[in-house]
Design a protein around this ligand. Structure first.
Ligand SMILES: *Cc1c(COP(=O)(O)O)cnc(C)c1O
Ligand code: SF4
Length: 393
């Protein structure tokens, strides 16, 4: 079980410590990467077994013991299992599949640096993740080398940021940035903070969910030196929010790091409105604000995870007004070919002109909002009677 170089992990023996399952290095060293290891955790179907074998050389399989512990042993439709265990469907490609669904290569301005929007950049610092999600949009690259971006390349990316004074926000992602050692992260954050035009730093990571043990006091002490620092975590199902995950999120929040969640809409995993309602409530309970709900990208081999766009709209409609505004994420399509994130909203405007806007609320009741100086609205008032059906509060 050799640990990839990037993790710079020593075994317990080398560290002179006892075996500790709550140590993140232990978790990484004991990731499940082979069929025989996986068989110790769950009862695999014939199809799953084949898929695990095929996955070598494609999107590799790696599952932390923490995440594996959340899998249902006997149910191949378990939402945790389907995100982690390869399936034969991944080897089918549909005509719309793309290798680089968000067009990131096109906007790559320096090694690992994607500059798409005027004032912010995405910095991909490694291709390694604690666990490889079967629906990953960066399937083409993640897990292929499990290395950190080399020092020279990182310096090239930093130099681009230094030279571009319009950049005020750096989003560090990968792979997973939190797999870098504390020392490497400290030095990266320090370099970014020394650039006077950088206002905020963000980290996009799934580690608090797949490897919550990584959120140590030491890591948090590093992160909190570089405020304002925000973090987006990736959560798809309420069952992922184990006590360990809640504790990790609590430590980050207590350190003043605002947490947001990015959720990918996945068929059969989280595409029911009631389930999504539960997820957003569970997130708020651990101080994580739902940020984006992503329509599943066109990454090759992920068609079986995609839902119709209408399903996402239905979910948003089932949340808005029915629960806390903070609980409602923005539903987005990351436009194929590099168009960036486009918000997709249920239609609440029935009609509008210079005089007034006619809207409907979450219950379908119709209201008229007169624009300034629009004069009498007799014709538009005709829309009002429907409101009288509203039940008395
Ligand atoms: C998602 C993304 C960002 C950040 O977008 P926000 O809407 O500000 O969260 C920046 N650059 C790229 C290339 C992205 O994909
Ligand atoms: S953690 Fe993110 S980058 Fe890594 S495999 Fe999952 S979706 Fe992809």
């Amino acid at each position: 079980m050799s640990a990839p170089e990037i993790f710079e992990i020593k075994t317990e023996k080398e560290r002179g410590e006892k075996e500790d399952k709550n140590n993140w290095c232990w978790q990484l060293q004991h990731r499940i990467t082979t069929l025989s290891e996986l068989e110790k955790w769950i009862n695999l179907t014939v199809e799953e077994k084949k898929a695990v074998q095929y996955s070598a050389g494609r999107l590799k399989m790696a599952i932390t013991p923490h995440f594996a512990g959340l899998m249902d042993k006997n149910d191949p439709d378990c939402p945790i299992r389907r995100q982690a265990v390869p399936s034969l469907e991944e080897f089918k490609t549909s005509i719309h599949d793309l290798a680089d669904p968000c067009g990131e290569e096109h906007d790559m301005v320096a090694p690992g640096l994607v500059h798409r929007y005027p004032d912010r950049v995405l910095l991909l610092v490694t291709d390694a993740c604690a666990m490889y999600c079967r629906h990953c949009t960066r399937r083409r690259i993640v897990g292929s080398s499990e290395q950190a971006l080399g020092e020279d390349k990182l310096e090239e990316a930093l130099e681009y940021i230094r030279q571009n004074k319009k950049i005020r926000d750096v989003l560090i992602s990968g792979g997973d940035a939190l797999l870098l050692s504390d020392v490497k992260l400290d030095s990266l954050l320090k370099s970014l903070r020394s650039i006077s035009h950088i206002e905020i730093i963000r980290i996009g990571t799934r580690v608090p969910v797949t490897l919550p043990q990584r959120i140590t006091k030491e890591l948090v002490a590093v992160l909190r030196k570089y405020h304002p620092l925000f973090m987006s975590i990736h959560v798809n199902h309420p069952r992922e929010l184990s006590p360990e995950v809640a504790e990790a999120c609590g430590m980050l929040s207590d350190a003043g790091i605002p947490l947001g969640s990015q959720t990918v809409l996945l068929k059969g995993i989280n595409d029911r409105p009631a389930l999504m309602m539960k997820l957003v409530h569970e997130l708020l309970k651990i101080r994580v604000r739902p940020y984006y709900l992503y329509q599943c990208d066109l990454a090759a081999g992920t068609e079986h995870f995609r839902t119709p766009v209408a399903q996402g709209l239905k979910i948003i409609e089932s949340l808005r007004g029915f629960t806390t505004g903070y609980a409602v994420p923005t539903f987005v399509i990351d436009a194929p070919g590099g168009g960036g994130k486009v918000p997709i909203n249920p239609e609440y405007i029935i009609s509008k002109n210079r005089k007034a806007v006619i809207v409907r609320n979450y219950q379908g009741k119709v209201f008229v909002y007169p624009e300034k100086n629009s004069g009498p609205l007799n014709a538009l008032e005709a829309a009002r009677p429907q409101n009288e059906e509203r039940p008395k509060q």
